[in-house]
Design a protein around this ligand. Structure first.
Ligand code: AMP
Length: 442
């Protein structure tokens, strides 16, 4: 299969060739002809499959085919859960559409609204946006969505996880009845299916990677280690194995900051990326990581969502995610485009249930190894896991939260004691070497 066979216009094929793509990926081969026909799609595809070009190329083709007279109004709306993903999709739209007379804009929160208003006023054909800021523009009357022809929901599962369902409903209410809808999601919960049912009209279902199946090219390893020695083990792994580009996941923003600081002091240059950081800081961190100036990027699930980093060789789950599906998203960052990747999970005694949940989702066992010098201490008992939002893993509210503790805020009483106890801890002065002898890979 070649791009030429898919029926895309010469200007788009030229842009694709300039990107150096020789053949469409499976999602592109399946989605492009269907979108060109004007049909709705429900696509199961993770980041790394080429899904962005899968919807962007035919969308550009359709818009370019039928130019509109008069002033430019938004004809295609692409909704994404995060600012990073919006920026990346925006880049793809600009790249693939560089030989077309179409204008695009990316709008998200956390930055000034006025330049966005100016840009919208000048006229935009394709708008890539996160739901919150989009609605700000709608309520200020600076955006007209009544002439949208194509709607794309990218990473719809993520949008729902992040609580955007009400915002999505409000956006839908602004759109004309007749339009084409493309829904992309890595996982399919009941909620996603319900949304698809409401939104899509006789959709064509496309699924590339099997549902909830981790990429085959990713070697998945589990190392058993005590919660208090994870940071030390990680610093040692990075150093001794000479890992160069490592994406590390923590459960909380606070944990991400502390781990990044620890690693940075211990040796490998590291920085944290999460929602509390300004857009500028996040962009700088990502650029530094891509260039190789920053060796380790420590991220929370939400912040990492949509980061487009090609062929990332190492992903580390410093803590297992509370939601098993997030594991699939996380390790989807590695082993891209047929390259080998490695996903390492550091698992302590508190995380047994989370590991079992993940194994259920991916449909196989992940054999656990113990590294010499990092053998878990059998006297350490499991402790409940906090996710930093006053919730225990599994979604049950913690004591502190039930007593009125604010999400992410200070806790009081026994909730506070529990939260303190179950944080992982490590002394900064600790040696990076294993306790005894050379560490083998187990
Ligand atoms: P995505 O899944 O959309 O995030 O894309 C993942 C990466 O694959 C991006 O960096 C794209 O530039 C790249 N890509 C997309 N389509 C192709 C293709 N047909 N051949 C090679 N690389 C591609």
């Amino acid at each position: 299969m070649t791009f030429e066979q898919l029926g895309l216009s010469a200007d788009i094929l030229r842009a694709v060739a300039e990107q150096g793509y020789s053949a469409p990926t499976p999602i592109q081969a399946q989605a492009i002809p269907v979108v060109l026909e004007g049909r709705d799609i429900l696509a199961g595809a993770q980041t790394g499959t080429g899904k962005t070009a899968g919807f962007t190329l035919p969308l550009l083709h359709r818009l370019a085919e039928t130019t509109r007279k008069g002033s430019r109004t938004v004809r295609a709306l692409i909704l994404t859960p995060t600012r990073e993903l919006a920026a990346q999709v925006g880049e793809s739209v600009a790249t693939y559409g560089r030989h077309l007379d179409l204008r695009s804009a990316v709008i998200f929160g956390g930055v000034k609204i006025n330049p966005q208003i100016q840009q919208l006023r000048r006229g935009v054909d394709i708008l890539i946006a996160t739901p919150g800021r989009l609605l700000d523009h709608v309520s200020q009357g600076t955006l007209d969505l009544s002439r949208v022809e194509i709607l794309v929901l990218d990473e719809a599962d993520r949008m729902l996880d992040m609580g955007f369902i009400h915002d999505i409903r409000k956006v839908l209410a602004q759109l004309p009845e007749r339009r084409q809808n493309l829904l992309f999601s890595a996982t399919f919960s009941g909620e996603i299916r319900a949304l698809a049912e409401r939104l899509l009209d006789a959709p064509v279902s496309i699924e590339v990677a099997r549902r909830n199946t981790a990429a085959e090219s990713v070697a998945q390893r589990v190392y058993r280690v005590d919660r208090g020695r994870k940071a030390e083990l990680l610093a040692w792994l990075i150093g001794s194995r000479d890992w160069r580009q490592v994406l590390v996941f923590t459960r909380t923003k606070h944990g991400a900051n502390r781990l990044a600081q620890y690693l940075d002091k211990a040796g490998p240059s590291a920085t944290a990326i999460h929602g509390n950081k300004s857009q500028g800081a996040r962009t700088r961190a990502l650029a530094g990581f891509k260039k190789g100036d920053i060796r380790v990027l420590v991220a929370t699930d939400i912040a990492a969502r949509g980061l487009d980093i090609d062929q990332l060789p190492h992903v580390v789950n410093f803590e297992l995610p509370n939601v098993a599906e997030d594991y699939v998203h996380r390790i989807g960052r590695t082993g891209r485009a047929g390259r080998e990747g490695e996903a390492v999970s550091l698992v302590c005694v508190d995380e047994d249930r989370l590991l079992r949940d993940i194994e259920k989702v991916i449909g196989r066992r992940l054999p656990a190894e113990v590294l010499e010098g990092y053998e878990p201490d059998p006297s350490i008992r499991p402790e409940p896991i906090q996710n930093g939002r006053g919730q225990r893993a599994g979604g049950r509210r913690s004591e502190g939260a039930r007593r009125g503790g604010r999400p992410g805020g200070k806790r009081s009483g026994s909730g506070a004691r529990r939260a303190r106890r179950c944080r992982w801890q490590y002394p900064l002065h600790r040696q990076q070497q294993p306790r005894s002898g050379d560490a083998g890979v187990g």
